[in-house]
Design a protein around this ligand. Structure first.
Ligand SMILES: *[C@@H]1O[C@H](CO)[C@@H](O)[C@H](O)[C@H]1NC(C)=O
Ligand SMILES: *[C@@H]1O[C@H](CO)[C@@H](O)[C@H](O)[C@H]1NC(C)=O
Ligand SMILES: *[C@@H]1O[C@H](CO)[C@@H](O)[C@H](O)[C@H]1NC(C)=O
Ligand SMILES: *[C@@H]1O[C@H](CO)[C@@H](O)[C@H](O)[C@H]1NC(C)=O
Length: 470
């Protein structure tokens, strides 16, 4: 096993912002949503307002090395937006069979990365793996696993199985501008990094997307698959993958707001901004914790998961942005009080962008390579996350995947997904992308594999100096 990769300094610099103001996005979204007849801004909900970002302190200099860019991408702007499926709804999962066939030959564990690009951006020193470009993976390093051989893939994101005809989206590789352009870990290295560790994802269906990806990467690399264990006890709310020979486990806890959502006896749903769900205690003792939240805070009208907000057991009125901030503070305080940084490394995965509105995912087959990316997401959410992490005592590593994912307009399930009832879309439904396309989640194999490789890449660096100091 080649573990020669040098530790490098961790999370680092930022470059220019490429965000379009949330206002213009909101008005576009509003126009559409109104025309779609949705109850937008119901119940006094205020959309997130644009915020000026608190300046982020530069921890290190970004390497300025220009990376060759690909000229393949094209994307149509100004396609009508789609009310994509509820990003967080626990989709139909039909996984977790205990006994798959064990006739699988040697796993396609890729050899250690060729050293061809080492040194490209300098070896050690500070570098930002989240800034870079997507390049065609000519070495056929990706995909890291075949969809057909992974028992953890939910139908929601198994695009190929759902009839997606193209597969180019599986074959892009993220090349950081600096850091030796290196993210080419393979499954074998991933498995080795997981040895004697418990990794726990907590968050919404986008973190489940990431869990599925990591489970597939590890599964494909396990030499003796008869020894693996799969437990899938509560459908989409709790998942666990274990590679017994490696004493490695990867779990997922569904908690889309991070704070507690409580359904009262009279069916009223209260989002308790100052309380966390009890299950969070079950994550204690993990070696690696990866949190996220985001999408569910933007749901309005009928899609909104709560009826009222609560603090100190009392109903409160609050703008969405303020509630989000309040919830993150509750989460941050819990981490600061309960996590021992010498035993547990904490990650927060940044907001996963959607491609709706001006940048619609339907019919897209290449990443965006030029021009401004208009994120569907309110930038204020991202800013609030970053500010809260910065104020924490516990070092939290920020998996800053928002921008690199924004470029991957081609990587969503689009119409190659399932309905809310769990059935593949019919031909007629596929012809109505406005209603049925999923531009929130990501196909697997696909983009979340890169998120995981960046997560594992961070694990190879010393955890020191990762705090986003203010
Ligand atoms: C995240 O990455 C983007 C793109 O490289 C960069 O513009 C932004 O400043 C980064 N954010 C932080 C907090 O590092
Ligand atoms: C297995 O991994 C756990 C962490 O998940 C660790 O505490 C334990 O010591 C490991 N067991 C062995 C036998 O190494
Ligand atoms: C439901 O019960 C809660 C207290 O448990 C109360 O505050 C709320 O007003 C009730 N809602 C309705 C619609 O009865
Ligand atoms: C998407 O592609 C299909 C097949 O090529 C085409 O019929 C359809 O018009 C395209 N839709 C949009 C919105 O571009």
């Amino acid at each position: 096993m080649d573990h020669s990769m040098k530790p490098a300094a961790a999370l680092s610099a930022f470059s220019s912002r490429r965000w379009v103001l949330a206002t213009s996005l909101c008005s576009l979204a509003c126009l559409f949503l109104l025309s779609a007849g949705l109850l937008l801004l119901a119940a006094g909900y205020r959309p997130f307002l644009p915020h000026t970002a608190a300046p982020w302190d530069r921890l290190s200099r970004m390497r300025q090395q220009a990376a060759p860019s690909t000229a393949r991408a094209s994307h149509d702007a100004a396609v009508a937006p789609a009310p994509a499926p509820d990003a967080g709804s626990p989709g139909g999962l039909d996984l977790g069979q205990e006994d798959e066939e064990e006739d699988a030959g040697p796993p396609p564990a890729p050899a250690p990365a060729p050293a061809e690009e080492e040194g490209e951006g300098g070896g050690d020193g500070d570098c930002d793996v989240f800034d870079g470009t997507w390049v065609r993976d000519d070495a056929a390093w990706y995909p890291l696993y075949e969809a057909a051989e992974c028992p953890f893939l939910s139908n929601q994101v198994a695009c190929h199985r759902n009839g997606r005809p193209d597969s180019g989206y599986e074959q892009w590789r993220w090349r950081p501008r600096g850091c030796g352009g290196r993210t080419r870990l393979g499954g074998a290295e991933a498995l080795e990094l997981c040895r004697d560790k418990r990794l726990v994802f907590v968050g919404d269906s986008l973190n489940r997307n990431m869990w599925e990806s990591l489970a597939c990467i590890l599964y494909a690399a396990v030499p003796d698959r008869s020894r693996k264990r799969i437990v899938d006890d509560a459908g989409s709310e709790y998942r666990i993958f274990r590679a017994m020979d490696y004493n490695c486990s990867v779990e997922f806890f569904w908690s889309p707001f991070l704070v507690k959502l409580e359904t009262k006896i009279n069916q009223t749903r209260a989002l308790k901004l100052d309380q966390l769900p009890a299950m969070l205690q079950r994550t204690l003792g993990a070696n690696i914790l990866i949190f996220n939240t985001g999408h569910w805070w933007t749901h309005t009208g009928k899609l909104r998961a709560w009826d009222h907000l609560e603090t100190h057991g009392k109903m409160v009125e609050m703008a969405g942005e303020e509630a989000f901030n309040r919830a993150l503070r509750t989460w941050a305080r819990w981490v600061d009080r309960n996590i021992d940084p010498s035993r547990t490394r904490v990650f927060f995965r940044s907001v996963s962008p959607e491609h709706k509105s001006v940048n619609w995912c339907y019919n897209q087959t290449s990443p965006i390579s030029t021009g401004t990316v208009a994120p569907w997401f309110p930038k204020s959410l991202v800013t609030i996350v970053e500010r809260n992490i910065k104020n924490m005592r516990t070092p939290v590593q920020y998996l800053n995947i928002t921008h690199l994912s924004e470029l991957r307009i081609d990587a969503h399930p689009s119409v190659y997904t399932i309905t809310r009832e769990g059935k593949p879309l019919s031909t007629e439904q596929r012809q109505q992308p406005l209603t049925y396309a999923d531009c929130s989640h990501w196909c697997l194999p696909g983009l979340p594999d890169t998120w995981n490789m960046l997560l594992l890449d961070s694990l190879m660096r010393p955890p020191s100096n990762v705090h986003l100091l203010g």
